[in-house]
Design a protein around this ligand. Structure first.
Ligand SMILES: [Zn+2]
Length: 344
């Protein structure tokens, strides 16, 4: 599609992340255990760190893979810092569940947390936005007591989905109070209500926080038809969110994330990149909305999902829950940013 080269865009080969950079988040002990992990030879230490579990299996080349994937995100951070890139996208990044000494949820090395640390150390006000269907717990925890990285995570209700955290009352602590924002969403959440939550919560917070840079975890597992989750979004939501982010005129470091319906994920990320790099313009964006009504998992050609048909029952369930969540999040964090908590 010509999305990778030309018109001031290029494809950059990743290089493995440097040990010293990974150690800004992970312990040396954990990185050593990950490196030493080999198929069929699991130690108690590895198991205690989540390495070699069902969600985080040990496989041939695991360490090199994880370090290279992280390296892609760190090159993106470096290019944004030195001004050589305005927008960068590492589809093989976004491993937001990994902890300092913990592999979790298919994530071994938390490239996004490390990128946020590097950007913050360079004096940037970082806005971490996570639209993966799962709570971005590893990143939220990393900055839970800090105000120089504001984390906002939209995800399916943690009462019914991994990792079980990310309720609206988890708002950060100490200096970080109000700088961790969680927006749990009910099963069946669809485009219109998702965007209502995004526009009611994220947009005012981004405006008030006035970040220097966005780190955007773009998991595609919130799309309708994902086998691991139960939200019902189309990729038009990702397009709309990116359009909003671009309007702030700040650099954007985007990464992939989850996404287990592979075709839908590939199209969502191709669309996302096309918009991020300015190749697919707003006119194209609007063409996709209001088309023939088919299930969003039916591929009509092109990058956009079909409109998702929302049932009356779905609306009756989703609207009151999201309306209440928006009120709760506003009540919990808006005043800490000088924002009005009233609903309009
Ligand atoms: Zn996910």
């Amino acid at each position: 599609m010509g999305l990778l080269k030309g018109d001031a865009k290029t494809e950059i080969a990743p290089i493995p992340a440097e040990q010293s950079l990974m150690e800004k988040f992970h312990s040396a002990r954990y990185l050593r255990a990950l490196k030493n992990a080999v198929a069929g030879d699991r130690t108690d230490e590895e198991i205690s760190m989540g390495i070699g579990t069902a969600d985080c299996p040990i496989f041939e080349g695991l360490y090199d893979y994880a370090v290279l994937a992280c390296g892609g995100t760190l090159i993106a951070a470096k290019m944004i810092l030195d001004g050589s890139a305005e927008v960068a996208f590492n589809p093989s990044g976004g491993y937001h569940h990994a902890g300092p000494e913990r592999a979790s949820g298919f994530c071994y090395i938390n490239d996004v947390a490390i990128a946020c640390i590097i950007l913050a150390e360079a004096g940037k006000r970082v806005l971490y936005l996570d639209v993966d269907v799962h709570h971005g717990d590893g990143v939220a925890n990393a900055f839970y007591d800090r105000s120089d990285v504001l984390t906002i995570s939209f995800h399916e209700d943690p009462a019914v989905l991994f990792p079980g955290t990310g309720f609206e009352n988890e708002i950060g602590t100490g200096r970080g109070k109000g700088y961790c924002v969680n927006v749990p969403l009910p099963i069946g959440t669809y485009d219109e209500m998702y965007m209502k939550a995004f526009e009611s919560i994220a947009l005012p917070l981004i405006g008030a926080y006035n970040p220097d840079v966005f780190v955007f975890e773009l998991g595609a597992d919130a799309l309708a038809g994902d086998p691991l989750a139960d939200l019902c979004l189309t990729n038009n939501v990702y397009a709309e969110i990116i359009k909003h982010l671009l309007s702030f005129n700040k650099p954007i470091l985007a990464t992939g994330g989850g996404g287990y319906n592979v075709d839908n994920t590939a199209r969502a990320w191709a669309l996302a990149w096309g918009i991020l790099c300015g190749q697919i313009d707003e006119y194209d964006l609007n063409l996709g909305i209001g088309g023939v009504m088919l299930a969003s998992t039916d591929w009509p050609g092109g990058l956009r999902d079909r409109e998702y048909v929302v049932s009356a029952q779905q609306k009756n369930t989703v609207i009151p829950i999201i309306t209440k969540t928006i009120e709760a999040v506003k009540a919990n964090v808006f005043a800490l940013h000088g924002l009005c908590t009233h609903n309009d």
